[in-house]
Structures are given as structure tokens and as C-alpha cells.
Design a protein around this ligand. Structure first.
Ligand code: ATP
Ligand code: MG
Length: 301
């Protein structure tokens, strides 16, 4: 499933030997050759120690300006994704739910999501026949937009009052994560990268968000699910679980791999992959439950 040589262009996100460094330190590669193929209709979980490069991968795929791609390629819908602006990537159906969503003062949730939806309606090549602000020319009416927002807020059991508030301003950690999911639900991406969407959620919220994601799953949506917790995978069943460590995918497997990581920590898997045990200290810490204290696990000796 992860053989990047047999890609069907429109159905898979194909990542080949992707190497990424921070713009500020181009010599310090964080990702050192990632190979991954995520098909529509598939859920791939990415687990890995703190600092292993999971968020860097998410940012590089979305085109974050602080990261420089130093090698490799990413193909999506037959296009070289890395040559496109983040805006075009989003118009092509790519979506990132941030690990740390930021607040945008003065911009309401409803305006924000409506602008994004309108922009997306025009498509990647900005079809000028479509004026997304004009319902007569392919735009969504206010009424349809409101109904769609209401439907998705109900799915995620969100208070409707949130639509009038400024984006993430004063939101609790859990509310921020739900807002990421609301954006995803309304925008209906074809490839969604969820960066620790489960972190900071209480147990009930985790279940609601996971049910929301499950309700969004369809044959036209691929998901890259970055998480530290096997618990999330009890709700959202991954097709493949990958372990990212020291900038590479060191092991891929089924759901059992996540269970094994929960039992053993990362040490044994990293040693099997030939990585020296002098991984960053954080790699030896793996929280068992969302919100639980970090517990040292069986350390790589
Ligand atoms: N812009 C940057 N400049 C310098 N170093 C960076 C930059 N971005 C990331 N790094 C470093 O790259 C490594 C990988 O960071 P990244 O955020 O991708 O890890 P992660 O796997 O998402 O970790 P976590 O599980 O804690 O979210 C870290 O050591 C981080 O400090
Ligand atoms: Mg991260």
C-alpha cells in the first residue's frame, strides 16, 4: 500500500523521499527522506516521539513558509504539490487541522469559514465563470451556508453561538480542536491532515470529535492522522500505522503496532529499526491517556 511507484495520480497523495529543513537552518534537516502513499478512502495514523518531525511533515505538505523542502517530491492529483502556494493546495482539497490553532481577532468564525468555502468553490485555477459571492454564478447562498454550518455544528455537538465569535479568541483548548473539525466538516477536503486533533480533548469530546471524523470518512477522503494516543485509534480505525522517528518512517503496520507502542513505548521499535537508543529523552516518555501525566516507559537500554 505504501509503494510509491504504483501511484494512481488522482487517488493518492504520494510522498517520495521528502527532505525538509527549517528555513532558518537549512543545513539541519528535520525530515530525512519520507516515503508515504495515502489513498483516498484510507486512514493512515502517524505516531512518533516528540520532536520526531510529525508537525514538520504536516507543515511541509501544506507549504508553511518556515520550512524549506531540500529534496524529494509530493504528487497530488497529478500535480507537483511542492510548487503550489498553500492557498492552491487548499483549493486542491488538502486540509490541515493545526496542532496549535491560532486566534484571529476581529474575524468571526462564520466569516472565516465562509471565505474559505467561497475561495474553494472557485477551484484551483480560479474559474472566472464562478463568482462564489454570487449564488447565481456558483456561489453558496447565505441560507445554504447557515444550514450547512448548523448541520456540522450539530454533528460536532458545538454551541451555535461559536459562529459569531472571533476565530479561536478565548477558546478553550478543546473548543479550538473542535473548530478545526468544524472547518474540515464544512470544507469537505479530499486529503485531511489532522495534527494531534485529539490532544487537549476531554474523554467525551474525544468521542464526539472521533465520531465526527468517522461521519466525514468517505471514499473521496484520505486522512493522515497524527496522534500520540492509541486511544483515538479505538474510535477511528486506521488502515496503516506509521512510526516516525528521527525524521524517517521507521516502521509501518496495522492497528496492532499502536497497541504495541502503548505497551512498550518507542524504545524496542526504534532499536529494531537500527536507531541508537540515544534518541531524545522525550522519546522515552509516552503519555498513556489524554491529559494524563507523562510517564516514563520502559526505556531503551
Ligand atoms: N522552524 C524551526 N526551526 C528550528 N527547529 C525546528 C523548527 N521547526 C521544528 N523544529 C525542530 O524540529 C524537530 C521536529 O519538530 P516537530 O514539531 O515536527 O515535531 P513533532 O513530531 O510534531 O513533535 P510533537 O510530538 O512534540 O508535536 C524539533 O526538534 C523541533 O524543535
Ligand atoms: Mg507536533
Amino acid at each position: 500500500m505504501t509503494d510509491p511507484t504504483i501511484a494512481t495520480p488522482d487517488q493518492h497523495l504520494v510522498i517520495r523521499d521528502l527532505r525538509v529543513a527549517p528555513v532558518a537552518h537549512p543545513e539541519a534537516e528535520i525530515l530525512q527522506g519520507i516515503n508515504l502513499m495515502v489513498g483516498k478512502g484510507e486512514v493512515h495514523a502517524i505516531m512518533g516521539p516528540n520532536g520526531s518531525g510529525k508537525t514538520t511533515l504536516a507543515y511541509a505538505l501544506m507549504g508553511h513558509p518556515a520550512y524549506k523542502v531540500t529534496g524529494g517530491e509530493v504528487i497530488w492529483k497529478g500535480r507537483d504539490l511542492l510548487t503550489l502556494s498553500p492557498d492552491k493546495r487548499a483549493r486542491l482539497g488538502l486540509f490541515l487541522a493545526f496542532q496549535y490553532p491560532i486566534a484571529i481577532s476581529g474575524l468571526s468564525v462564520a466569516s472565516f469559514i465562509r471565505s474559505a468555502l467561497n475561495a474553494k468553490l472557485q477551484g484551483v485555477d480560479k474559474n472566472t465563470d464562478i463568482d462564489p459571492t454570487d449564488p447565481m454564478r456558483g456561489g453558496i447562498t447565505m441560507r445554504d451556508f447557515r444550514n450547512r454550518m448548523r448541520e456540522k455544528m450539530a454533528l460536532l455537538k458545538m454551541d451555535e453561538g461559536i459562529a459569531a465569535r472571533y476565530v479561536n479568541e478565548g477558546f478553550s483548548g478543546g473548543e479550538k480542536k473542535r473548530l478545526e473539525m468544524l472547518q474540515m466538516a464544512v470544507l469537505e477536503p479530499e486529503m485531511a491532515i489532522l495534527d494531534e486533533t485529539d490532544s487537549g480533548l476531554d474523554i467525551d469530546a474525544l468521542r464526539i470529535v472521533a465520531e465526527g471524523v468517522n461521519a466525514m470518512l468517505n471514499p473521496n477522503l484520505g486522512v493522515l492522522l497524527i496522534t500520540h494516543y492509541q486511544r483515538l485509534l479505538n474510535y477511528i480505525t486506521p488502515d496503516v500505522v506509521h512510526v516516525l522517528a528521527q525524521g524517517r518512517i521507521v516502521k509501518s503496520g496495522g492497528k496492532d503496532l499502536a497497541l504495541r507502542l502503548e505497551d512498550e513505548g518507542y524504545g524496542p521499535v526504534l532499536r529494531e529499526a537500527g536507531l541508537s537508543p540515544d534518541v531524545p529523552d522525550e522519546a522515552l516518555l509516552m503519555p498513556r491517556e489524554p491529559g494524563a501525566e507523562l510517564q516514563p516507559v520502559e526505556a531503551a537500554r
